[in-house]
Design a protein around this ligand. Sequence first.
Ligand SMILES: C[S@@+](CC[C@H](N)C(=O)[O-])C[C@H]1O[C@@H](n2cnc3c(N)ncnc32)[C@H](O)[C@@H]1O
Length: 246
Amino acid sequence: MALYIIGLGLHDQKDITLKGLELIKKSDEVFIEYYTSKLACSIKELEELYGKKVNIADRKFIEILSDEKIVKPALEKNISVLVIGDPFSATTHIDLMQRAKKTGVHVEIVNNASVLNAVGITGLELYKFGKVTSIPFGNENIKTPIDVFNINKNVGMHTLFLLDLNPKENKYMTINEAITYLIKNGVDENLTAIGLAELGSNSAIIKSATLKKLKDLIFDKFPQCLIIPGNLHFMEEEMLEYYQVK
Ligand SMILES: C[S@@+](CC[C@H](N)C(=O)[O-])C[C@H]1O[C@@H](n2cnc3c(N)ncnc32)[C@H](O)[C@@H]1O
């Protein structure tokens, strides 16, 4: 009997690892955390590949009801919780693991790709990213992303901005909205940035230009994120040219 916390990777049903798939197949119940990111496939497509019913768990379910619905039942059954991307990257599932361990539940983790390492496709050194920050909806009075950007910029680090989403309402912040927020809050529109959409898929969109120019480009895939690079090594510069909008 166990709780399996399984990363699904970034794009569709096929990004699961063999290890993750084996654990799902021996699970009595399967939940998917469906509020912090988005897959490009339907729940039905997941169910067809896994051969199991996949129940959607929203934030309330994971944060409030999970003791009753996930942790305690995992003392007597095998329960899988599926997380888009990696279970511990830019998400808070460490709390679920801690509660399960305290309750005496055996926990197994299956890691997978995350947005945090997929941005390596830009050629920017992952070691040179500073603090990651999220731009939330309703950001009129929110300054944290700007503060984080300034701290990173002062030490030459790259900044990754994650953009808010609400999959239940099919609402995803766009790169264009994020740039509008940044410029409105004093970020120089002539800085070079990189917009990234639907990483992990063959049709991922990656474009580099000044914030001013990037703001008017079309990114019609989701989810999306944005990077403002810090100091660039010539190898990083060369790779960015590849994504440069002419
Ligand atoms: C809270 S993070 C999700 C973390 C997830 N557990 C992971 O490991 O990737 C969600 C945010 O990351 C960004 N993101 C996630 N997947 C992405 C992708 N495939 N392409 C571009 N951005 C992505 C978006 O800004 C999205 O709102």
